[in-house]
Design a protein around this ligand. Structure first.
Ligand code: SF4
Length: 58
């Protein structure tokens, strides 16, 4: 899974959907919470990828 912080617009859908894997910094941009993001992503992480409006998660 790719977490592209430069594309993140801070919509927080990933944090709400999969808080086990995602957090936000003080500017609202995504932080990968788990050092071992699932590859391939498990269902909840895959849903967060689909919901991300900026394409920051792939
Ligand atoms: S859903 Fe996408 S745009 Fe929103 S905080 Fe997460 S990575 Fe950033």
């Amino acid at each position: 899974m790719i977490v592209d912080r430069d594309r993140c617009i801070g919509a927080a859908l990933c944090v709400l959907t999969a808080p086990r894997y995602f957090d936000q910094d003080d500017d609202g941009r995504v932080l990968a919470r788990a050092a071992d993001l699932p590859e391939p992503p498990e269902d909840v992480a895959a849903l967060a990828i689909r919901l991300c409006p900026s394409g920051a998660l792939r």
